[in-house]
Design a protein around this ligand. Structure first.
Ligand code: GLN
Length: 540
């Protein structure tokens, strides 16, 4: 029978519940248990595919083509497993399923109500992974904060699970602020948050306190007393230098043993040393590598949201650590090069350049200028999805002499549509069916012998995840190839261009896919690794 660990959050959002969930999963996994994780997003969107990255962070893509909240990415990276799309539950999915059943007459005669019909549907979905596999632990992170209107029914559903006999532990993650004027950790917000949770009928088994500095003993006692949780189950989770070290922080406080004890389980052997060695290695790295990420999803108000590119950042870290380097990421807003073209030489300050995925018109010309600069000045370049499409546009314009070549996403009337709709997309867009209709999820590509890409992957057939509507137009493949561009990977039928590279350049590689989604802390994605290896040569 599976064990469920339910993770809720209190006080403020943005506590890093995803990292906490992934880290709890990791320590249980390193003690020999199989673990999976789920994320509940209380919004009404059916999935994250239609959300703007500056609003909700990156859209994570699963192997099976789900467009999901970025927390699934944390789970996959920490646990090194593939998580299917039905491990993400949204209010939109739950209600549409309930309404569909009602229309089919499945509740005939009944008044369909939030409790029990909606909560039953939620529980059915939460129990699905354990029905499909014999996994030992299912971690369920409930998005939002206790006290929000929108997650009440999810909390009610997980409350009922325990009553119905499931093995359930509740973990509540809160924030313990320090008031500057007092210099003291304040526990009152945590007390209030737990009070709200208990009003719903959930008594947390563990309280994990997010703090600037480690939680002190006085505050620990206070939280224990007022929240009805024994002191040893109050866990300190201070800010640290590396998120991948959070499992170790929990382990120092014997969290896995405490969880297993509560469930009457024992360790199946401790494999933490490999994780410990990995963290130790990352901490011993001194040398830096400067990577420029030229994008557009940075500006929301007066601060920057690097969350929009989280998987790209993590993939850069993994590859850099693998090369004994610390990445220093420089965010470059491509719109800057449109307003001030002379600023383009600031790209000389980085050792390598990435143009990541993106949608829409803004910042496009700045990105094309960036790619041209990287190509002409031999700066290692990695293009991801839009970053490949624009590399093709740039090459078509400046090498193949195809004046005003463009992607039809940006200019529908271009005389040379080198990037165009995937044929099946035309109908979809005409019918305004925007949700979950891109080319999504894992697709194979066959790699060409003797290319850089093939050498990096060390195999002839690879699978990477996709999320796009546009493609290299097959009509232009010939002219691009004749002018020296190499398509190093194509779909097995040879129609879709999946990877490209330029010879006689230290590293100019791009892909229509998103290899960042498959990068893992100890297994960097091959294209990122090759990119860092090339950029390393520029370190002054
Ligand atoms: N906007 C482009 C497309 O839809 C690129 C998408 C992406 O970069 N993920 O094809």
């Amino acid at each position: 029978m599976a064990n469920y660990i339910i993770i809720t959050g209190g006080v403020v959002s943005g506590l890093g519940k995803g990292i906490t969930t992934a880290s709890i999963g990791k320590i249980l996994q390193l003690h020999g248990y199989s673990v999976t994780a789920m994320k509940i997003d209380p919004y009404i969107n059916y999935d994250a595919g239609t959300l703007r990255p500056t609003e909700h962070g990156e859209v994570w893509v699963t192997e099976d083509g789900g467009e999901i909240d970025q927390d699934l990415g944390h789970y996959e990276r920490f646990l090194d497993i593939n998580i299917p799309k039905h491990h993400n539950i949204t209010t939109g999915q739950v209600y549409s399923a309930v309404i569909e059943k009602e229309r089919k007459g499945e509740y005939l005669g009944k008044t369909v109500q939030p409790i029990p019909h909606v909560t039953d549907e939620i529980k059915r979905r939460i129990r699905m992974p354990a029905r499909e596999t014999d996994v030992d632990f299912v971690l369920v992170e409930i998005g939002g904060t206790v006290g929000d209107y929108e997650n009440v029914l999810f909390l009610e559903a997980v409350r009922q699970m325990k009553l119905e006999g499931d093995n359930v532990l509740y973990v509540h993650v809160t924030y313990v602020p320090v008031l500057k004027s007092l210099g003291e950790q304040k526990t009152k917000p945590t007390q209030h948050s737990v009070k709200l949770l208990r009003e719903i009928g959930i008594q947390p088994d563990f309280i994990i306190t997010r703090t600037e500095e480690p939680l002190d003993d006085v505050r620990r006692e206070k939280i224990a007393m007022f929240c009805n949780v024994h002191e040893e189950y109050v866990v300190s989770d201070p800010n640290i230098d590396n998120v991948y070290a959070v499992p170790l922080l929990f382990e120092e406080q014997k969290l896995s043993k405490k969880i297993l004890d509560k469930l009457g389980l024992k360790t199946r052997g401790n494999n933490l040393s490999m994780w410990r060695d990995f963290i130790k290695k990352t901490r011993s790295i001194k040398k830096k590598i400067r990577i420029g990420i030229v994008g557009k999803y940075f500006d929301i108000g007066s601060f920057k949201l690097s969350d929009s590119y989280i998987s790209v950042i993590e993939a850069v870290k993994h590859a850099a650590w693998n090369n004994n380097l610390h990445p220093e990421i420089k965010w470059i807003d491509s719109k800057l090069f449109e307003k001030k073209p002379e600023k383009i030489d600031m790209l000389d300050e980085v050792d390598g350049i990435i143009v990541p995925g993106g949608f829409g018109l803004s910042g496009i010309n700045g990105k094309i200028a960036t790619i041209r600069y990287a190509r002409e000045n031999n700066i290692p370049y990695l293009g991801l999805c839009l970053g490949m499409q624009l590399a093709v546009v740039e090459y078509a314009r400046h090498i193949c002499n195809l004046k005003n070549a463009h992607s039809t996403e940006i200019n529908k009337k271009t005389p040379h549509p080198v990037i165009d709709f995937i044929p099946e997309q035309i109908k979809i867009i005409r019918e305004s069916r925007y949700g979950a209709t891109m080319r999504l999820g894992s697709y194979p590509a066959v790699l060409k012998k003797g290319t850089k890409v093939r050498n990096l992957y060390q195999k002839s057939r690879v699978y990477e995840r996709h999320r796009h509507r546009y493609e290299v137009n097959p009509k232009y493949v010939d002219i691009l190839e004749k002018n020296g561009l190499i398509f190093s990977g194509k779909s097995p039928d040879g129609i879709l261009m999946e990877f490209m590279e330029l010879p006689d350049h230290p590293y100019f590689v791009a892909t229509q896919s998103h290899p960042e989604f498959k990068s893992r802390p100890m297994k960097p994605a091959p294209l990122f690794n090759g990119f860092i290896e090339a950029a390393k040569k520029n370190i002054s």
